[in-house]
Design a protein around this ligand. Structure first.
Ligand code: DLL
Length: 420
C-alpha cells in the first residue's frame, strides 16, 4: 500500500471515529476536527492512544460510530475487573472480517475442500464466530463444535474427518492428551493444519503440538477491540504473522514514542475500513516487533513476530522483569515433563517468591526419587538461567494441573492485594 493510500485509509477511520462524541472530543483536544487535518503520518501520531479504559468509560455502546440500527452483532471481552468491553459490527464489517480470515486461511493452504473443526468458544468471545465466518466465506465444511466436551470433540474429529483444527494451543494439547488416553492414534485422524491463538505460546509448544497431533500448527492473533481473530496469522511459507492490510500497526516504547521497524515494543493498532467500531491507535498491551516486506505466500505489507508477552503480563520479581513465556521455554526444553505448568507468585517477608509447578509425565512419575530430584534440579537451573532469578520448582503428579478449554491460566499472583 502506498503512503498516499495509507493516509487515505487513516483519514477514513478518523472520519468514522469523529461520529462518536467521545472520540470527537478527544481529537478536538489535539486540534483534529476534520479528516483533512491528517496530512502526514506525524499528524496521525498526534492522535491520543485508545485504551481498554476508554471502552469501559463508554460501556456498553458509547464508542459505536454507526447508528444502532446498522449494528447487527456485538462481541465482548472480559477484563480482569468489572464490566466487559463491548464492540459492535455492521453487516459490512462482518463481511470484511470473514474475508480477512478467509484470506489468511488460503495463505495457510486451507481450501474449500477442508473440514474445519472450530473448537474456539462461540458466544461473546470472538474466537468461534470469527473463524466460523472465515471458514464459511472460504466455502469449507464448517463444524461449529465450540469448546468443551472433549470426548465428543474426539468423536467428531474422527467421524467427520476434520482436517483443520481451530482452538487455543493449550486446548490443542489437552485434545492431544485425551486422544492418547482414548487410544486413538493421530494416523486415524485427518488433521493437517492447526490454527491456534488467543493466548501466548512458544515455538517449543508448537513442536510439541505438531508432533502429537500430526499437523502444521500456525499462530493466529487478534483481539476483540480491533475485530477478533485475523488481525494477523502465519502462512505456510515463513515465520512471522502477516498483518492483514486492514490494520495499520505501530510499535511504541514505554513512553509512547513510535519505534522503528524491527524494534520490540507494544503493538498499537488502527483499523482501516471497519465502520461500526473503528479502532483508533488502540493499545493492545501486547509485545512484539514488526517488519515490512513481501512473502512468497503472496502477502505484501507488515509482518509481526509471535507475541512475546503482554505489558501487563510481565511479572516483576524482586525488581527483575520475568515473562511467563520464558518459563515455558525453559520447561519445554527439559525432557520427562508435560507442558502443563502453573506459576505461583507470592510475597514472604517482603520478598517476592516465584514457584513453578510442573507436571512430570507418566513415565518419569514411576522413576526413583533420586531421578526425580535430578529432573527437578535440571529444571530449576534451566529456569534460573533463562530468567536470571532464583525460583522454586515443584514437580506434581501427571494430570494434576487443571486443563483449560479456552485460554489457559498460567499465573497465580497471590501478591495482589498484599501490601507487604
Ligand atoms: O483472543 C481473539 C482471538 C480468538 C485471537 C481466537 C486468536 C484466536 P480477546 O479475547 O479480546 O480476543 O483477547 C485478546 O489475547 O490482546 C493477546 O493478549 C491475546 N492473544 C490473542 N491471540 C494471541 C496470540 C482474542 N496468537 C488478547 N498469541 C490479545 C499471543 C494472543 N497472545
Amino acid at each position: 500500500m502506498s503512503q498516499e493510500e495509507l493516509l487515505k485509509g487513516l483519514r477514513r477511520t478518523v472520519e468514522q471515529a469523529l461520529k462518536a462524541p467521545y472520540y470527537k472530543k478527544k481529537l478536538a483536544e489535539v486540534g483534529i476536527h476534520y479528516p483533512a487535518d491528517i496530512q502526514t503520518l506525524e499528524d496521525f501520531q498526534r492522535i491520543p492512544l485508545t485504551e481498554k479504559e476508554d471502552l469501559r468509560q463508554n460501556y456498553p455502546f458509547g464508542l459505536f460510530a454507526e447508528p444502532m440500527e446498522k449494528i447487527v452483532r456485538v462481541h465482548a471481552s472480559s477484563g480482569t475487573t468489572g464490566k466487559p468491553t463491548v464492540v459492535g459490527y455492521t453487516r459490512e464489517d462482518l463481511k470484511l472480517w470473514a474475508t480477512i480470515v478467509a484470506n489468511h486461511l488460503t495463505r495457510a493452504g486451507v481450501t474449500a475442500n477442508d473440514v474445519i473443526h472450530i473448537a474456539y468458544g462461540y458466544g461473546l468471545f470472538t474466537g468461534g464466530m470469527g473463524l466460523h465466518g472465515g471458514s464459511e466465506e472460504l466455502g469449507a465444511l464448517t463444524i461449529p463444535v465450540s469448546g468443551g466436551n472433549t470426548q465428543r470433540q474426539l468423536m467428531i474429529m474422527r467421524d467427520f474427518g476434520s482436517t483443520v483444527l481451530c482452538c487455543t494451543p493449550s486446548y490443542a494439547l489437552f485434545l492431544a492428551e485425551s486422544l492418547e488416553e482414548a487410544g486413538i492414534s493421530k494416523e486415524e485422524l485427518k488433521l493437517r493444519v492447526g490454527i491456534f491463538g488467543a493466548e501466548p505460546w512458544t515455538d517449543k509448544m508448537r513442536d510439541e503440538i505438531e508432533a502429537r497431533l500430526g499437523l502444521r500448527a500456525l499462530d493466529i492473533y487478534g483481539l476483540s477491540e480491533t475485530m477478533g481473530p485475523g488481525v494477523s496469522m502465519e502462512c505456510l511459507k515463513c515465520k512471522g504473522l502477516h498483518i492483514d492490510e486492514h490494520f495499520y500497526p505501530e510499535i511504541l516504547d514505554e513512553n509512547g514514542n513510535v519505534l522503528p521497524e524491527g524494534q520490540p515494543g507494544e503493538l498499537v493498532l488502527t483499523s482501516l475500513g471497519k465502520m461500526g467500531f473503528p479502532g483508533l491507535r488502540y493499545r493492545t498491551k501486547d509485545l512484539t516487533s514488526i517488519s515490512y516486506g513481501s512473502c512468497v505466500c503472496g502477502h505484501t505489507g507488515w509482518t509481526m513476530r509471535r507475541i512475546s508477552g503482554r505489558v501487563d503480563d510481565m511479572l516483576i520479581i524482586r525488581g527483575v522483569n520475568v515473562f511467563p513465556s520464558q518459563i515455558e521455554e525453559a520447561i519445554l526444553s527439559v525432557g520427562g515433563i508435560e507442558p502443563h505448568y502453573l506459576i505461583i507468585v507470592d510475597r514472604e517477608n517482603n520478598l517476592d517468591t516465584l514457584e513453578v509447578l510442573v507436571e512430570v509425565n507418566a513415565q518419569s512419575f514411576t522413576d526413583e526419587i533420586r531421578e526425580l530430584e535430578q529432573l527437578q534440579e535440571r529444571l530449576l537451573s534451566k529456569i534460573e538461567d533463562i530468567t536470571g532469578i532464583t525460583v522454586k520448582v515443584r514437580l506434581v503428579e501427571p494430570k494434576s494441573i487443571p486443563r483449560s478449554e479456552g485460554k489457559a491460566k498460567r499465573v497465580d499472583d497471590k501478591r495482589k492485594g498484599k501490601i507487604f
